[in-house]
Write a protein that binds this ligand. Structure first.
Ligand SMILES: [Cu+2]
Length: 433
């Protein structure tokens, strides 16, 4: 086993320890091709762009604290919106526990109105169900309410405020219960993505939760190209968990690979139900879990396939004006595009050529002008996007991310950049900056 590969498993073990997961990820047990494989403990779920929720221990009870509050969220390099979330994050931080754990979750209400918390899919006593007036009194502004229950299930669940408008403005997060008996086959990478949609008028920052027309679509609270790619080692097995709590169902498609649906919001699905697929419909209030063998190197897109969910709204960049003409020789259109690109901080370049007779073709443009490469923008340039081809971000919009299946050398290089960033961040934190 190479040093780099050993480091990978040591890091995974360290992260597992941090999250309180049982860690028995041994270097020996990763050797493939031997049967039967000894059971291995689950790896922690990684939710890119969303932190994990830490806990303290009160005896054997894991104690969490969630503070419901307004959160400013930069969903694209040129768009920051006013959401509500938990602990400064929208969606809220990811809870990870083990099947069988006793948990106590303090929900502090720093919102201007009452709220409550529902544990979606979990079989908890009625007093913990979080429905205002039915199972509890609403949590008033300034109050804190403690939920406590034992989790006997395993799988992908979520927590959310139990009123439709509060869910739509961002009050939800992952609740992962790792199984007592490890799933088979073992996965090397486990990722979680929350699907959300927003209706935000140009030059506005507050989502209209009463609207049914959505112009911003996010994975874990950010639109592509700001969504952080998933980094997987070539030859590994990868799990993707999706949850959806919006108004639309999202057909999530993975490029270049086949996966099996291995779980739902009800827990693990028996292997006899698995079949090959590459698009999974994540319905409202559902969780869908898929797994695949990352055997093809490349940067493979993962995206909602509803065409209008693969777009970012550029309207507010135009300061209330619409493009009157897409004629590349029209000075007005050109100047608008240049204003737009300046405000994003990228040079105005037409990366995809258009034909000389483009303007005489009915239907044109369908794509010209929509490309907006932001490779070097804040929130886009980061270790996880290191090494992507120039203008990669021009093809990334809305509910999109990618899984980068990387050979050892590239994988290790990016992991090393990620560690450097973590070190810098903790140093900055230590200096109170
Ligand atoms: Cu969609």
């Amino acid at each position: 086993m190479s040093t780099s590969r050993r480091n990978f498993f040591q890091n995974a073990a360290a992260l597992a320890a941090l999250l309180g997961l049982p860690s028995r990820i041994s270097a020996e047990s990763t050797t493939r091709g031997k049967t039967p494989e000894p059971p291995r403990s689950p790896v922690p779920v990684v939710t890119p762009d969303v932190p994990d929720l830490p806990f303290t221990l009160d005896g054997a009870t894991k104690v969490f604290h969630l503070r419901a509050e307004p959160v400013k969220r930069k969903i694209a390099p040129f768009k920051t919106i006013d959401t509500w979330g938990y602990n400064g994050s929208c969606p809220g931080p990811t809870i990870q526990i083990n099947q069988g754990d006793r948990v106590r979750i303090h929900v502090e209400n720093a919102l201007p109105e009452s709220t409550s918390m529902h544990w979606h899919g979990l079989e908890v006593p009625i007093a913990q169900d979080g429905v205002p007036f039915i199972s509890q009194k609403p949590i008033a502004p300034g109050e804190t309410y403690a939920y406590e229950f034992t989790v006997h299930q395993e799988g992908t669940f979520f927590y959310h405020a139990h009123s439709a408008m509060q869910e739509m403005i961002g009050l939800l997060g992952f609740f992962i219960a790792h199984p007592q008996t490890p799933y088979s086959p073992h996965v090397d990478h486990d990722f979680g993505i929350v699907l959300q949609e927003w209706a935000i008028l140009p030059n506005n920052s507050v989502p209209n939760t009463a609207s049914m027309e959505f112009n911003w679509l996010t994975f874990n609270g950010v639109s592509a190209p700001a969504a952080t790619p998933l980094i997987a080692r070539l030859g590994s097995r990868v799990r993707l968990r999706f949850v959806n709590l919006g108004m639309d169902h999202h057909p999530i498609h993975l490029h270049g690979n086949q996966f099996a649906i291995t779980g739902t919001e009800g827990g693990r699905a028996p292997e006899s139900t698995w079949y090959p697929s590459n698009t999974v419909l994540v319905g409202v209030a559902q969780a869908k879990v898929v797994e695949f063998e990352a055997k093809y190197p490349g940067d493979w897109m993962i995206h909602c396939h509803l065409p209008h969910h693969m777009m970012n709204s550029m309207m507010d960049l135009l300061a209330g004006r619409q493009i009157q003409s897409a004629d590349t020789t029209d000075p007005r259109a050109m100047s608008q595009m240049e204003t737009l690109s300046r405000s994003v901080g990228v040079p105005h370049v037409h990366h995809s050529p258009i034909a000389e007779n483009a303007n005489s073709v009915p239907g044109f443009p369908q794509d010209a002008f929509m490309e907006m490469p932001m490779d070097n923008a804040e929130g886009v340039a980061k270790p996880e996007t290191h090494g992507l081809p120039p203008n990669w971000s021009a093809g990334m919009m809305g509910m999109m991310t990618m899984v980068r299946v990387l050979p050892d050398a590239q994988y290790n290089e990016i992991q090393s950049l990620i560690r450097t960033r973590q070190t810098l961040m903790s140093e900055e934190h230590a200096h109170g900056r």
